[in-house]
Design a protein around this ligand. Sequence first.
Ligand SMILES: [Zn+2]
Length: 70
Amino acid sequence: MQYGYQCEDCEIAIFPATTRAELSWLRDRVHVVREVAKHAHTGLDSWMLEGLAFLDEHSDHSIVLVSRRN
Ligand SMILES: [Zn+2]
């Protein structure tokens, strides 16, 4: 299974290469992670950058965790 974020308003989804637990963690802590990211431009995993960009782009929208078969 792959896990990702889906925006219910825009009906688009992304599936970064990570686990469901990590995606859930990032979504719950996006404000904290964004602050850390401002000061640490290197060392962030690509799934985290991808997830942050999506959460930023849809910050006023309803984001749900979704899964799909490979
Ligand atoms: Zn959206």
